[in-house]
Structures are given as structure tokens and as C-alpha cells.
Design a protein around this ligand. Structure first.
Ligand code: AMP
Ligand code: GLY
Length: 432
């Protein structure tokens, strides 16, 4: 089997690693990164270069292409491939709207009675109506840019005056460009968050163990939102009841609704959930695997990840049997000083050659420089610790132990990844 993974971050490294360890496949990655180059042959194409990548796939007789990030989905990569009869993992452009337009996603959920926060939508022209609405709203309240904003398009505001400042940013300063031309105002939901990946061929689906992401930059969920500073899986906050309700009230309804409306969703339906007192509610959908959740979730799968992705692209998920290994995994992301704001790159990374059993280092922003590895992004690496006994605490200890061996100038990481799960498990008496 010849496989191409599209993308070049920690998520794609984890996908490449899963395929590398289970199958005798030839793996390519476009564009990949320095870490990925140890397991796959890098292809010098940007992930949104739809037609050059299609040509590469033709020329190199690739059997399956796996799309990591959202931009190629929004650019119609899957449509272009499927129209040429090429097998590709990911949704077509119309189905990817569940991620690329928050207005579309909210209205879809409303039509199909999928549990989510109450909301209202306002366009640039409706600035006065928006102000009027927010002057009477309950606080905290949530403002979201309609389009893609690299995880930064959400503001939680505590008062009307804070909301006014945000409206200026969206509508006057246009910090999100076209993505911010419509704003979704949402009811604030409290609870614990969970990320659930449903792998579906448009008809049947497989649900992977749920994870939790840590989006804020600082310990105890303080500071700015980021692309994700760490994750753990499985999350003990997602019990059997929550899992069942997520399947019946959310995933099955998305499959039914997308089919009925003529855009069946194939790929990874990422359900970002809030586990509220009333049950799981959707915070957001994504049309792809999460980063850094993938760096933990894939460690829990015993059956073949490549077979799962191939059978999804081939519309044969019903014949796939998912088996899990009962492990627990924790991923801690090490970022450049300053992230998610301005940061410096080009800092030498040391300690990567060292080894620690049951740990893995996934690269997000690294590159080769004068025979050394150097930082090249905000999020630089993610270190995953794996405990075969299913204990989050042990998995976290391993991840932090391995991180201590690694260094670059200005290295920053959260010290509390998985802490809430460890405390929850202790309280519940799951662990001594
Ligand atoms: P999103 O990009 O929609 O996932 O939002 C980013 C983060 O903002 C989420 O992970 C939540 O922590 C928070 N958030 C978004 N919407 C809400 C909401 N309605 N209530 C509470 N928190 C929210
Ligand atoms: N971990 C959040 C995301 O991938 O969007």
C-alpha cells in the first residue's frame, strides 16, 4: 500500500507513526516536518496545493491520501480527488462546512435538533441590532467569528462593555477578515469539555475513545486560547451514558441530516463537546482529527489505523472491527516563548536523540538547520507518555520525564496536563 498524508504538524506525525508501526506501507507526507522525515518520505508541496498533490498521487500510484488539516478540505481537495476516482480520507467541501462555517453548523444543528448552546447570528450590516441584543444578554456570553480563524475566533465576554470592544475587533478592525463578517453570539455553557472523533463513511461509524484538549496557554486554564497545549485520553469524564447519548443525540443525527440534505459526511467528524448538567452539548464540529488529541487517541488503538482510514474512504466502515488496548496517554506540548503571540524561531533543540520507554515525541514546528534540529513554529513538539495499565497519572509522569530531557531556548509547557482527570479518578476511587 502506498499512502500520502497531507499536512505537517503533530497530528500528521501521529498518523504517520501509527501507520509506520503497524503496516509495511510506503508512506509519503506533504509537506511533513523534520520529525516526520524519519518515518515517511517528504514531498515538497504545501498542504493546500490541491492539483499539484493530485498530480503527485497520479504519478506515484498512491492508494490512499489522508488529509490532516482543514484548509485543504475547505479548498475542495476531497472533491477533486473523488471526481478523479482517487481514494481519499476526509469530507468533501460541502460537508466540511460543519467546520468552516459556524453559522452553517449552528443552523444545521437547529434543523436536526442536535443539543448545542442557544445562539443568534449577526452580519456586519446588523451592528446596531447586535449591540441591542448584547445590551440585554446574559453574561458571560460567547462571540464567535463565522469562518476559520486558527482556533482564535472565539471570545468569552463578561459584560456588555467587553462585548463592545470585541465587536470593534470583528467588524471594524476586521482582525479575522472575511471570517469575521458574521458573528455568532452563544449562550455560555459550563461543564467539562471532551473531544470525540467519529470515523464515518457517510453511513456507518466507529467512535474512538474520547480525549480532552487543554486550549488555554496557562496552568489551570488561564491566559489566551491556543491551538492546544496538551491532551489526554481516554477522558474519565465521558462515561458510558455520555458516550451513548453522544452517539444517539449527535453523531447519528449528523449522519442522518447530512445525507438528507445531500452532502454525506465522510472522514473524521470531530465533536467538541461540553458535558453539561443536561448532557453532552456541541461546542463545535471539526471536519478532521484534532491536534493534539490525535497524539493521544491513536495510542489507544490496537486494530489497524490504516485499515480504518482506508475502509472509510472505500465506504466500508461496517466491515472494520475496532479493538482498543486499554492504555492511557497524555501529550504535553512544548511551545516557543511568547506563543500564542509573537515568538522567535531558529532555536536549537537538544535531547531528541535520547530515549525513554513508552514515550513518543511528535514534531509540530521543527526544521533541520546545519545538521541540527531547530524550532520553526509556535508549537514545537508534543511529548506523549503511554501507560499500558490505563492510568493517566503514570502516562503524565512519563511525558514530563521525557520532556525534561529536551531543551531549546525559551521552551514553555504547561505543568498540569491531565491534572483534572487524575483528581477526578482519585475522588471517584478508581485509583488509590
Ligand atoms: P471553539 O473554537 O468553538 O471550539 O471554541 C474555543 C473554546 O471556547 C472552546 O473549547 C471552549 O472552551 C470555549 N467555548 C466556545 N463556545 C463556548 C460556549 N458556548 N460556552 C462555553 N465555552 C465555550
Ligand atoms: N484541538 C483542537 C483542534 O484540533 O481544533
Amino acid at each position: 500500500m502506498r499512502v500520502l498524508v497531507v499536512g505537517g504538524g503533530g497530528r500528521e506525525h501521529a498518523i504517520v507513526d501509527a501507520i509506520f508501526r503497524e503496516k509495511d506501507a510506503k508512506i509519503y507526507c506533504a509537506p511533513g516536518n523534520a520529525g516526520i522525515s524519519e518515518q515517511a518520505e517528504l514531498v515538497n508541496l504545501k498542504s493546500h496545493d490541491v492539483y499539484p498533490i493530485l498530480r503527485f498521487v497520479d504519478d506515484n500510484k498512491i492508494d490512499l491520501t489522508i488529509v490532516g488539516p482543514e484548509q485543504p478540505l475547505a479548498a475542495g481537495m476531497v472533491d477533486a480527488f473523488e471526481n478523479r476516482g482517487k481514494k481519499i480520507f476526509g469530507p468533501r467541501k460541502l460537508a466540511a462546512r460543519l467546520e468552516t462555517s459556524k453559522v452553517f453548523a449552528k443552523e444545521f444543528m437547529q434543523r436536526w435538533k442536535i443539543p448545542t448552546a442557544e445562539f443568534a447570528v449577526f452580519s456586519v450590516q446588523q451592528r446596531n441590532e447586535l449591540k441591542n441584543y448584547l445590551s440585554k444578554a446574559k453574561y458571560p456570553s460567547v462571540l464567535k467569528a463565522d469562518g476559520l480563524a486558527a482556533g482564535k475566533g472565539v471570545s468569552i465576554v463578561q459584560s456588555f462593555s467587553e462585548a463592545e470592544i470585541e465587536i470593534e475587533k470583528f467588524f471594524v478592525k476586521k482582525i479575522f477578515g472575511e471570517s469575521g463578517e458574521r458573528i455568532v453570539v452563544e449562550e455560555f455553557m459550563s461543564g467539562v469539555e471532551a473531544s470525540v472523533f467519529a470515523i464515518t463513511d457517510g453511513k456507518d461509524f466507529v467512535v474512538l475513545p474520547a480525549a480532552q484538549d487543554h486550549k488555554r496557554v496557562g496552568d489551570n486554564d488561564t491566559g489566551k486560547n491556543t491551538g492546544g497545549m496538551g491532551s489526554f485520553a481516554p477522558t474519565p469524564f465521558m462515561g458510558e451514558r455520555e458516550t451513548l447519548r453522544t452517539k444517539v443525540e449527535i453523531i447519528e443525527k449528523v449522519i442522518e441530516g447530512t445525507n438528507a440534505e445531500g452532502f454525506p459526511f465522510r472522514g473524521c467528524l470531530y465533536c467538541g463537546l461540553m458535558l453539561t448538567d443536561e448532557g453532552p452539548k456541541v461546542v463545535e464540529f471539526n471536519a478532521r482529527f484534532g491536534d493534539p488529541e490525535t497524539q493521544t487517541v491513536l495510542q489507544l488503538i490496537d486494530s489497524s489505523v490504516l485499515d480504518l482510514l482506508y475502509s472509510t474512504a472505500a465506504k466500508k466502515v461496517s466491515s472494520y472491527k475496532l479493538t482498543l488496548n486499554n492504555a492511557a496517554a497524555v501529550c504535553v506540548v512544548a511551545a516557543s516563548k511568547g506563543y500564542p503571540d509573537e515568538y522567535e524561531t531558529g532555536k536549537t533543540i537538544t535531547g531528541l536523540e535520547l530515549k525513554l520507554e513508552n514515550t513518543k515525541v511528535f514534531h509540530s514546528g521543527s526544521k533541520k538547520m546545519n545538521n541540527e534540529l531547530a524550532t520553526s513554529g509556535g508549537r514545537v513538539i508534543g511529548v506523549t507518555g503511554i501507560d499500558r495499565g490505563g492510568r493517566i497519572e503514570q502516562a503524565a509522569e512519563l511525558a514530563y520525564k521525557r520532556l525534561k530531557q529536551i531543551h531549546f531556548d525559551g521552551i514553555y509547557y504547561r505543568r498540569d496536563i491531565g491534572k483534572n482527570a487524575i483528581e477526578f479518578e482519585k475522588k471517584a476511587g478508581i485509583r488509590e
